[in-house]
Write a protein that binds this ligand. Structure first.
Ligand SMILES: Cc1ncc(COP(=O)(O)O)c(C=O)c1O
Length: 458
């Protein structure tokens, strides 16, 4: 068998747009060099996100046909049964996507002035915590700072800082600990079971609830079976079950490891907390047996949650990411090591040293990948995290200038990845001529989505 054998064959196809360089140049000008503004039919390989972009299986589509909706829906009971088996949480509240679960949980649990701790809060998680008047504090492990190290669990929480915080002067303000699996804010690096168990113990001791942000629980479980000796003989499903059992509940964006286009849930052990959440669910999402979803979404999600831990599926996904990582390294582009499963992170800061942080090397690389080969990616650097003064002079820069190539589930094959590799190689050949960018219009909030930019000619 070859290097990457996807454990499925193709039943439905969608043509992908093929454009000329002149068309892409024109499109970039039209969207003011902001790739979020591109229309999907201007993008050949869309690596913007792995969220809600995966391909459903035949079994998921078939399950969707049986979906029903609203009070007491069959789909809900099917969905709840699957989630309970996987997680062990008795209370399961369906929601339309992960951030709805965040808003509901934090509104029910947090009061202004409290603190939440995490290996790294995902950005909507942080935003929903801050909206309740609380402070979200990240405690990534020190190894996360070394982008080149191939330590397998750089997504871990720093256990010393966690214990210090739980015993420290602000301990009474700590309302919640959240472990993000895998750690999307730290380049998708996984969390070991040892770290999870050793974080759970002091949380229990200090009666602070521990929640999992489980968006990529199956990918985390796969990496545990590959790199954590005590779990080598377990299946990813068994590891995932153990992980959920170490926590008091979870927030789930099913658009990732539920392999659905829309959906999510909140899983809880605490029934009185679940009752408070249910009231908010009814007021803002929908009745507790559909939570803003169609019945078919819950049925498809129930199937996706089962398919996603299949070892052959996860192995092929890991192989694909590793293959792309090899192509990037061959092209001379450093990546955040080791590659995970859901995305590859290119070190644009190192590739383009002639572009300073406030001229956005990550954004410059992302624009060039689009121009060269119609590939859409996303900058995770100073355009996303930095700030400048009125005149464009730098005030704060991101710690790293990265570009994320996200890998939608079961969507792109080896040929597509090889095309991305060719474009990476072509881009590197000409890298000194890649221009930096200046902002010409910046919205006050979440500027990277809607800002306008222009290249600065050499
Ligand atoms: C780790 C993590 N948590 C939460 C979310 C939010 O989920 P959603 O996009 O479904 O609202 C995301 C989305 O990317 C995520 O990656």
């Amino acid at each position: 068998m070859g290097e990457i054998v996807e454990p499925y064959r193709i039943k439905v196809v969608e043509p992908i747009p093929v454009t000329t360089r002149a068309q892409r140049e024109q499109a970039l000008r039209r969207v003011h060099h902001n790739l979020f503004g591109l229309r999907a039919d201007e993008v050949t390989i869309d690596l913007l996100t792995d969220s809600g972009t995966g391909a459903l299986s035949a079994a998921q589509w078939a399950a969707g046909m049986a979906g029903d909706a609203y009070a007491g829906s069959r789909s809900f009971y099917h969905f709840r049964g699957v989630v309970r088996d996987l997680t062990s949480y008795p209370c399961v509240l369906p929601v339309h996507q992960g951030r709805a679960a965040e808003r509901i949980l934090f509104s029910a649990l947090l009061t202004p002035g409290r603190i939440t701790l995490s290996n790294t809060h995902f950005d909507t998680t942080r935003a929903n915590i801050e909206l309740t008047g609380c402070q979200a504090v990240d405690l990534p492990c020190p190894q996360a700072r070394d982008l080149d190290s191939d330590e397998p669990f750089k997504g871990n929480i720093d256990l010393h800082r966690l214990e210090d915080a739980l015993r420290g002067p602000d301990a009474s303000r700590i309302a919640l600990v959240i472990l993000t699996l895998t750690n999307n804010g730290e380049a998708g690096q996984p969390v070991s079971m040892d770290n999870l168990a050793r974080a759970a113990a002091p949380c229990r001791e200090h009666a602070v609830p521990l929640f999992l942000d489980a968006a990529r629980f199956a990918e985390n479980a796969w990496l545990v079976t590959q790199h954590e000796a005590a779990y080598r003989d377990m299946s990813p499903r068994q590891v995932a079950e153990q992980a959920f059992r170490l926590a008091d509940g979870c927030l789930m964006s099913a658009k990732k490891d539920g392999i659905v286009h829309i959906g999510g849930f909140l899983g809880l052990r605490d029934r009185s907390l679940a009752e408070r959440c249910e009231l908010l669910l009814i007021a803002t999402e929908g009745f507790p047996t559909y939570g803003g979803l169609a019945g078919r979404d819950m049925d498809m999600d129930a199937h996706g949650l089962t398919e996603v831990t299949e070892p052959d599926y996860l192995r092929a996904r890991a192989d694909a990411a590793r293959h792309l990582a090899g192509l990037a390294r061959e092209a001379g582009i450093a990546i955040v090591e080791p590659p995970g499963l859901h995305a590859l992170y290119l070190n644009a800061g190192r590739l383009l040293p002639h572009i300073p942080a406030h001229r956005f090397p990550g954004h410059a690389l992302a624009c060039r990948l689009y121009l060269e080969g119609g590939i859409r990616s996303v900058e995770l650097g100073s355009l996303y995290l930095g700030s400048e003064d009125e005149n464009g002079a730098p005030v704060t820069a991101a710690p790293y200038e990265l570009v994320r190539l996200a890998l939608p589930r079961r969507t792109y094959g080896l040929g597509h990845l090889n095309h991305v590799g060719e474009i990476l190689a072509a881009t590197v050949k000409d890298k000194e001529r890649i221009p930096g960018y200046r902002l010409v219009e910046r919205p006050p909030l979440l500027r990277h989505f809607r800002c306008k930019l222009e290249p600065i000619p050499h």
